[in-house]
Design a protein around this ligand. Sequence first.
Ligand code: NAD
Length: 420
Amino acid sequence: MAEIQCEEPNPYQVALKQLEIVAEKMKLEPDIHEVLKLPKRVLEVAIPVRMDNGRIKVFRGFRVQHHDALGPYKGGIRYHPKVCLDEVRALAMWMSMKCAVVGLPYGGGKGGIICNPKEMSVGEIERLTRRFTSEIMEIIGPYRDVPAPDVYTSGREMAWIFDTYSKAKGYAVPEVVTGKPIEVGGSLGRKEATSRGTVIAVREAAKRTKLDLTKATCAIQGYGNVGYHAALLQRELGSKIVSVSDSRGGIYNSDGLDPKAVKQFKSKNRTVVGYPGSEKITNAELLELDIDVLIPAALEGQILADNAPRIKAKIISEGANGPTTPEADDILYEKGTLLVPDILANAGGVTVSYFEWLQNLTRESWTEETVNNKLEERMVTAFKTVYDVSQREKVHMRTAAYMIAVERIGNAIKLRGLFP
Ligand code: NAD
């Protein structure tokens, strides 16, 4: 099968460039650099699914395992018509870096299926999910590779993965996947965890830049799991959410939007566009609004050399993975924007996934307060570590975060040595 080309900027090329910048800065041993460039395993599977019309449709799916020096591979599964292998490769590498930045005993992995769930019935999505699980069964497992939700997947799909895997083993294995519904072993606080981390990052950044968040305006690109909960939490800090968007476009109201009401409107109308009292804007316009805080929470490749000079936000906290290119990073840094990179800003999700995995392994369940307190502690510590390195080394936060991650992974690779 021919490889499907990703749209530009190619996410894997972006990830390789980020790694190259850091390798140069920290004078990384060329051997370690070589090892980190390529994922350890790439699995492509064909997924035949009986559609509701009785015909079989064959979907293409991927699971990429980047590196496991620090522990089992960990990373979400994305359902999207534009999934491409280089995107999954990049997302897997970012997962390795992310887990290392927050000090989790995990490596990085990611999965994706080329499909459009918006045009599929629940039954078709379930059969797709179960067959995909069975096709990747050999390479996942609680101590091997632990999937989680990503774009257009949620607790519902994770419950099906858990069930399919458990049926094959003959006993319940909830720890094979995280992001499950609470009723089947999910963790309290997991649904909001990514956004909670993203907003903690905004709060920590605001402390350093002396931005008063109670008077701040905020725009959020993408209004799914991450975007919606980020809106709620950012509003709890007193900020005004003036703009949000989804795949069909954005909305703006200078007096502020009510996140819950917008969510209700989206549930009914399948988009935020048309929300009463708001002005319609494009996703590109949202990024360039005159606001204090910008939270990208959609897809990669949004902030580029082209639009970075026009971005006015003082703080950017990347809820999404890979929204900014290396060229744009430099432009924003020069302008004095404090950008908290994805591998730190959205690490709350995998952190609470780790808590869920621990709870499943020990058959315990923690209170939401315990989960949130532990998340807070890890995020604040990781933020401080990254910020301090960025100040000391005079580099932006992404390079600083990568330096910490690459050092941790590199040390583990060296200590474990090369087999045979
Ligand atoms: P989701 O499926 O819940 O929501 C995605 C949102 O993005 C939807 O509102 C969708 O309409 C919107 N969208 C899709 N294409 C768009 C486009 N071209 N322009 C603008 N908006 C668009 O997904 P999610 O879980 O909220 O993930 C969002 C981002 O956060 C992704 O980059 C994902 O990798 C990242 N992330 C998610 C988690 C998690 O725990 N779910 C963890 C870390 C990072």
